[in-house]
Design a protein around this ligand. Structure first.
Ligand SMILES: *Cc1c(COP(=O)(O)O)cnc(C)c1O
Length: 232
């Protein structure tokens, strides 16, 4: 597998990989006739220790992604104390009973996908006064084990989110099936977002961020291209 033959970057090489990626994003944006400034790179630092994250923070990068609340709680309070401008995006499946911790920690939550979770998050926002930006995750490939609302139920969930809970909903997120062409999934996500006037699209990872940028991504979530292949 390609992933296994990739070398894991050592911490000193992370800054170099990051700066190459920033250049590649600028090229992809230009090729798509877009401004690079419209595209937020969420540097996905899940499973990486602080020594890998610090070079990227030191380079002035702001937006980082984690997929587990517990891991984020262990790593980010210290990092945010040292780099107060840093913004944490939660991008992984979220349990309702983690809503309190998620709202306390996150500046954006990309993985809202059901009313129970939306209710828990909105109650926690009201209680705490914090208001992370919210994205609804759409399971565009309708994969059984994957999080996300099925596309056929997305319209209803978006309306519930806005009308019943008045959540600060900014956009949609997807994670296409690994073995499929991503473009139709990105296009579907964009179509659903457009019909609700949602302007943010969280789509594209290491393997497909160029395609996502061409199709209108405003947030790309990239880990391996910065930090090397994940171990295990
Ligand atoms: C891990 C992860 C990414 C980043 O994947 P790479 O292939 O390492 O760029 C993006 N989005 C989600 C939801 C992830 O869990």
């Amino acid at each position: 597998m390609a992933q296994q033959s990739m070398q894991s970057d050592s911490a000193p090489r992370v800054a170099e990989s990051y700066s190459r990626l920033v250049d590649a994003i600028a090229e992809a944006a230009e090729a798509a006739g877009r401004e690079a400034a419209e595209i937020t790179l969420v540097a996905v630092s899940k499973t990486r220790p602080a020594e890998y994250i610090l070079p990227v923070l030191s380079a002035g990068h702001i937006d980082f992604g984690e997929n587990r609340v517990q891991e984020a709680q262990q790593k980010w309070p210290d990092l945010k104390a040292r780099f107060p401008a840093a913004r944490l995006h939660l991008i992984g499946p979220l349990q309702s009973n983690k809503a309190r911790d998620a709202v306390a920690l996150a500046d954006a939550i990309h993985s809202l996908d059901r009313e129970k979770l939306i209710r828990a998050v909105s109650e926690e926002m009201a209680r705490s006064g914090r208001a992370p930006e919210c994205f609804i995750q759409v399971n565009t490939g309708e994969e059984a084990q994957k999080s996300g609302v099925p596309p056929g139920q997305a319209d209803a969930l978006i309306e519930v989110c806005r009308e019943k809970y008045a959540l600060p909903l900014v956009g949609l997120m997807c994670l296409p099936p690994l073995d499929e062409e991503p473009a139709p999934h990105f296009a579907l996500l964009r179509k659903i977002a457009e019909r609700h006037g949602l302007t943010k699209l969280s789509m594209g990872m290491t393997a497909d961020y160029r395609t996502a940028i061409a199709l209108g991504a405003t947030h790309i979530r990239v880990g391996s291209a910065i930090f090397g292949a994940r171990q295990g």
